[in-house]
Design a protein around this ligand. Structure first.
Ligand SMILES: NC(=O)c1ccc[n+]([C@@H]2O[C@H](COP(=O)([O-])OP(=O)(O)OC[C@H]3O[C@@H](n4cnc5c(N)ncnc54)[C@H](O)[C@@H]3O)[C@@H](O)[C@H]2O)c1
Ligand SMILES: [Zn+2]
Length: 355
């Protein structure tokens, strides 16, 4: 992949720039073009940058993690902007992982009915997935991402040099979304990942760049076709939810403490691949091949909660559901996915007992 890559999307009115060692320059350039810049930064990485001295940049640091995606996290950030005299010409720049991006995107879309928003994802997960597509949101007691909007950032900067401090657990979490993209959309990419997984997890630059680029392009394919997730076919944006019906239920049940997002959706993907197999959609050979790969990368594959009756109540509130059926994005081959809406609560419970 070339180092400087600029993907402009007129339809979505957003662009993605892939460029190394560029974060400080990028923020300084935004500061040159705008009156006031609110720069919201994950506290773990704030020392990596040198733009703090710019006069019109107000830095806000936040200790990140799923705990900030709450109504309190929202109030806290929104009111900090208001207290510091945010106006319609102010812009917000978020530098952090997916939790910060989701919160800051939601705040940007609602404060003063919408501020221009720039996103600099700093975890592998946020670079390959959450920074792309304009979804944001916070959690409620009743489930994950239940409050949120579709709001495209003006520009996203993907800078892989920021990943060198990311703990291995977070690298694997991001890898879970990469493998998801391969499983739903691209058999050759899956084969390539099987071959290159050791190098990728050691952050080999060219392998990592290719995996990030492929992931972004797969995600963009669905977002371009179905930005607001209204389709109910195999081109629906909901396909990106493979592993997430179960994964979100697990995260929510354990109050976001036992597993990070990637771990929960890894369990979700294996469970949903088993459901696909149970329904006769996915062959046992392919299921086995996926399992082998997950085990090789030490991705999580099981949690006892999937067997509990309570999981059904949580799954029942999933945003994809309608007409009393629980809707899944399933895979019918490695590299191919379908929207499956033929299951009710009892059937799902029965299947979960039998896989
Ligand atoms: N909006 C979407 O389309 C979308 C898609 C996928 C996931 N998500 C959401 O993304 C969230 C998960 O994102 P995440 O995995 O980035 O979590 P995160 O933001 O909690 O980051 C993980 C950890 O890494 C730390 N961190 C961030 N950058 C770092 C760096 N460069 N070096 C060292 N540490 C760093 C953070 O402080 C945190 O402790 C979930 O809430 C999930 O629902 C959203
Ligand atoms: Zn996800």
């Amino acid at each position: 992949m070339q180092n400087n890559l600029f993907i402009k999307n007129k339809k979505l009115n957003t662009s993605i720039l892939i460029k190394k060692n560029y974060i400080s320059t990028f923020v300084k350039n935004i500061a040159k073009k705008n009156e006031k810049v609110f720069c919201v930064v994950d506290s773990k990485i704030k020392n990596k940058f040198n733009f703090i001295k710019e006069k019109n940049i107000k830095i806000i640091t936040i200790e990140c993690g799923e705990k900030i995606k709450t109504i309190y996290g929202y109030k806290n950030l929104a009111e900090k902007l208001i207290k510091n005299n945010v106006n319609r010409k102010s812009v917000l720049v978020a530098i952090g992982g997916g939790t910060l991006g989701d919160l800051a995107g939601f705040v940007s879309s609602t404060v003063l009915r919408g501020l221009d928003f720039f996103l600099i994802p700093t975890t592998l997960l946020s670079q390959v997935d959450s920074s792309i597509g304009g979804k944001n949101g916070i959690n409620t007691t009743y489930g994950k991402n239940m409050l949120g909007t579709f709001y495209q950032p003006k520009e996203v900067l993907i800078d892989i040099s920021v990943l060198n401090t990311l703990p291995n657990k977070e690298i694997k979490s991001g890898y879970a979304e990469i493998i998801k993209h391969a499983l739903i959309n691209d058999y050759n990419f899956f084969c390539w990942l099987e071959k290159n997984i050791d190098k990728l997890l050691k952050l080999n630059k060219s392998i990592l760049e290719k995996a990030i680029y492929k992931s972004i392009m797969i995600k963009l394919f669905y977002v371009r076709k179905d930005e607001k997730e209204t389709l109910i076919n195999s081109q629906s944006r909901a396909m990106l939810n493979f592993g997430h019906t179960i994964g979100h239920a697990i995260e929510s049940h354990y109050n976001y403490k036992k597993f990070n997002h990637g771990e929960a959706i890894s369990i979700g993907m294996i469970t949903e691949a088993k459901i696909s197999n149970y329904l006769g959609l996915l062959s046992s050979n392919e299921l086995y091949r996926i399992l082998i790969h997950f085990k090789k990368c030490k991705l999580k594959i099981f949690d006892k909660f999937i067997k509990e009756k309570k999981i059904i109540n949580i799954i029942n509130k999933d945003k994809k559901n309608f007409n009393d059926s629980i809707n899944f994005s399933l895979i019918n081959k490695i590299g191919s996915s379908i929207f499956y809406n033929k299951l009710d609560k009892d059937k799902v419970y029965k299947i979960l007992q039998n896989i």
